[in-house]
Write a new protein. Sequence first.
Length: 569
Amino acid sequence: MGSIIKKVIKGKPYYYYTESKRIDGKPKLVNQKYLGSADSLLQKVLFAGTPLQNRALYSREADYGDVALLYDIASRLGIVSVIDRHFPKRGQGASVGMYILIEAINRAAHPTSMANLEQWYAGTCLPLLTGLGAHLFSSQNFWNNTACLDVQTIQAVEDDMLRLVVHTYGLDAGEIVYDASNFFTYIDSSSTCACAQRGHDKAKRTDLKTVGLALMVAGDYAIPLLHETYPGNRADSIEFKRMMQSLKSRIQYITGAQATVTVVFDRGNNSEENMRLLEQGPVPCHYVGGLKRNQSADMFSIPKSGYTALDQDRFPGQSACRRRIKAYGRELTAVVVDNPNLLEAQLRGILADVGKANAKLLGLQQRLLLRAKGEISKGAKPTRASVGKAVKHVLRHEYMERLFTYEIIEKDDFVLLTFAQSPGALDILCEQELGKTVLFTDRDELTNEQIVCLYRSAWHVGSGFRQMKGTSHLHVRPIFHWKDSSIAIHMFTCVLAYRLCCLLRMELARAGVSLSINKILEEMSKLKSITTFFGEPDKPEKVHSFTVGSELTQSIEQVFNLKKTYPVR
């Protein structure tokens, strides 16, 4: 039987619900629940008949799913500890590693300017997960605490981080894809920043200063291994040399073993000097690359009847032909691949260009006829040279001059134009060139399929750059930083964010959930933590809960068991 009893503690009465039973003939207390003070009991009685809706004061929503997911993998890897070993500080506030991690999570989940980092942090579950107040993550605090980072120490941190990642996940660092890109900035033209320079910006923003980023990635999930931030006016060939030298000096430390490395690079880095660089030294590297048509005309001229089918499970409809060739002063293995899907895509673009060129040539022809008839008299009188220049401009796109024939005629002091599509030219183009890719390697023991797989893995690093130039997650731009050290730190946190996302993607794939980085982050952003406040405004009660999200959101959450690991109370 239950009863309510009063206990006086330090002169104040408190009430408890108790239950007692007779055990061995003696009464014994078997259950006791604290009910509260007399005032709190009165409030509970008064609210007992009040609908729950009327008791709710307000709710607070915080970003949870995507933020907790990134925080979880960083915590499991000990990213903060790795960074802090290089930058110890007194036990006050946030550590250097925590500042870097929070900024990296922000770049991945919801990129904001550094000025808005504090506000974003306050609207997430991170204050509860880290135990650190939002005021610590002001822009000024971030830069004050990360000012100790420079290029050399960033490289040392990255090496230790990668050593941990390689051994934790058993990554194969033997096949590495290299590429470089650049990002325009909004740095003032008068700035003396050495890293931001005017160069060949790939986004065509020649009016702005540019910062370069070179990446080496490994594995099917394009996990970044090494990166370097470099001046936007540095030539690709120079940067390639620097990155290969960096790879050779760091790879053994990262892998913890004598590594055999094959580097995959695009046609822009083809040179005898680069291949010599890879082959020489205490850590020689193998390579796989692609050849341009003017470097491999003999391979392109091989009739398709001489090709053999590739593994149709992996390369449906594709075939290849293999030869030993001499290129860049050495004997190499070359494989020309015929890909019907590539042929179809190229044809769509070429036919579109043919249609546009045909319309423009027809328009030019009609204008010349109208001038000859006297219906057009304004403007400069066309000459053979000016018409020839206009035709070449129309046919400037690739293959157009091979697909059209034209003749410029002078008659009665007027210039006329005749043109037609070259009969059979497109068929010849399809047979000899379209759909074909010529690859080369110094590894003669590789099969055709292995060579093709290695070269096509270069898509992954290109995908990484496209991700970083996007507008939803992980984007590097805009860059307003005007100090070299600040730009280096910004790029380091962006690459760290991308690395964490690639690892998450790999973990999910191993658990049977294959998704893109954007899809993972978008789905997990639907999972919010909700705190609802009830009762008296000056002393409310709190109830914590989560939004449901989609079925996919729930599946991802269950893989990592986030709600149990980070209950947010």
